[in-house]
Design a protein around this ligand. Sequence first.
Ligand SMILES: *[C@@H]1O[C@H](CO)[C@@H](O)[C@H](O)[C@H]1NC(C)=O
Ligand SMILES: *[C@@H]1O[C@H](CO)[C@@H](O)[C@H](O)[C@H]1NC(C)=O
Ligand SMILES: *[C@@H]1O[C@H](CO)[C@@H](O)[C@H](O)[C@H]1NC(C)=O
Length: 440
Amino acid sequence: MRLLQLAFVVALASGIAAILIYTAGVSKIYGTHQLSDEDLEALQSLQSGFQKCVSSNGLGLQALSGRDYCEVKLQFPSDTDPKWRDPKTGELEGLSFDFNLCEAVATWEQVRNSTTILTREFIDSLPNGWEEYAWRRINKGILLNRCENKTLCMEKLSLVLPETPPYFPRQFGRCAVIGNSGDLLKTRFGKEIDSYDAVVRENGAPIQNYTDYVGTKSTFRLLNRGSAKALDKVAELYDTGKEVLIVKTTIHDIMNKMIREVPILNPVYLMLGASFGSSAKGTGLKALEFALSICDTVDMYGFTVDPGYKEWTRYFSESRQGHTPLQGRAYYQMMECLGLIKIHSPLRADPNRVVKWVPSRSIVAAARIASEKLLRRVGAGSGHPLGSCFIIKKQVKGRHTGVSGLRKAAVEHKKYVKRTTMYPLEHNPGHGQLCTVPTS
Ligand SMILES: *[C@@H]1O[C@H](CO)[C@@H](O)[C@H](O)[C@H]1NC(C)=O
Ligand SMILES: *[C@@H]1O[C@H](CO)[C@@H](O)[C@H](O)[C@H]1NC(C)=O
Ligand SMILES: *[C@@H]1O[C@H](CO)[C@@H](O)[C@H](O)[C@H]1NC(C)=O
C-alpha cells in the first residue's frame, strides 16, 4: 500500500515537473508579453483607420469591429445577390466574412522581408532538409523514401533550385500583378500596365491579341500544377522576352524533360510560401505574395473585385469554375486597407485614385509589433531585426555573390537585416523563420 502511494506521488510529481518544463520551454521560445498602452492604441488606430478605409474604397463593403482588437467583420450590402454556390454543399456564398487583422498585418509584413523562392541553401540549412522536406517538392516524392538516395533527389530538383535567392526584398520598385478575370476586357489598362517596373502574370494567360487590355510586358509568371505540366506551351506565351516561371507546387519529371529537351530557356523556380490558413489560397494570392516579397509597391489588375458579379469568366476563354468571389473581394479589400496593394478594376479605373484612410506606415508598423506580441510570434517585441529567426545558419562562403546595381531601398533593407536571408518556415506555429547569416 505504502509502495503504491509512493508510486502515485512520484508519478504525480514527474507529471507536474514535465508540465513545468514544457511551459518554461514554450515561454522561452515565444516569450510572454504584456501589451503596453501604446500597443493597444496602435491596434485601435489600425482598426479605426481600416474601417474608414473599407467604407470609402470598398464599393459598398463595410468593416465592423469584432469581439476584440483583432477581429473584423467585412459585410456586403444586404441587397447583394450572391451567385456562387459551394459545389459540395450547394449553399450560396454568405455576405459577411470574419478576418483577423492582427494575423494579416503580422504575416503580410513578414512576407515583405522574406524570400519566396526555394533555394538549395534553404534545404541544406533546414534540419534534415533533404529527408523531411525536399521530397515534398517533387511530384510522387513519397516514392523516394525520404530522399534515401539524395543524389537522385538533387538531380530531380537541380533544374529549378538556385543556390541562393535570385531576388531580394525591394529589388523592384512598382509592380503589377495581373489576374485572369474577364473584367479585364472592360477597361484598356494595357499602356498603364506596361509602365510598371515588373509585371507578374498567372498560369496560361495570353498576351498576344489582348495587349490593349493586358499590356505587353511580362516579367514573372506564377504557375499552378496544371499550367506547370504544360510548361512548353506557357513558355511560348511571351515571345518578346524570357519570363521567369515560378511553380507553386512540385517539380514533375515531365517538366524536367521539357526544360532539358524542348529546351526551355526561361528560368524556372519553385515558390516557397508563408501559410495564411484557409482564407487565402489560390494562384492570385500567391502571385501577390511573391510580388510583395520583391517589390516596393504592388498594384493589382484583373481580379474579380467589383460589385455585380455574375459568373466566373477569364478574359481569354469561356466561363469556368471559380470559387468564393465575395470572400476573395473582401480579402483583397482588406489587403488594400492594410496598405499592401492598390486595386485597379473597371469601377476603380482612375490610375491616380488615392486609397483614402489607408493606415499610415507608422501605424501599420506599431500594430504589427503589437500583433506579434498578441499572437506570441517568435521574437515578438524584441525589436531586433533578426528577432523572427527561429533557425539561424551560416551562409556558405562564396555562394552569396553581391548584386551590383540594386535599388537604394533594396540596399538599405540589406543593411538593416545585416545581409541576412530570411525564409518562411511553413507550419512553424510562431511563424519563426529560417535565417542564413553572412560568415564575416
Ligand atoms: C542514386 O541515384 C543516382 C542518380 O539517379 C543513381 O545513379 C544511383 O545508382 C542511385 N544509387 C542507388 C544506391 O540507388
Ligand atoms: C491571336 O489571334 C490569331 C488570329 O485570330 C490566332 O490565330 C492566334 O492563335 C491568337 N493568339 C492567341 C495567343 O490567342
Ligand atoms: C522589414 O524590414 C524593414 C526595413 O527594410 C523594417 O523597417 C521592418 O520593421 C521589417 N519588418 C519586419 C516584419 O520585420
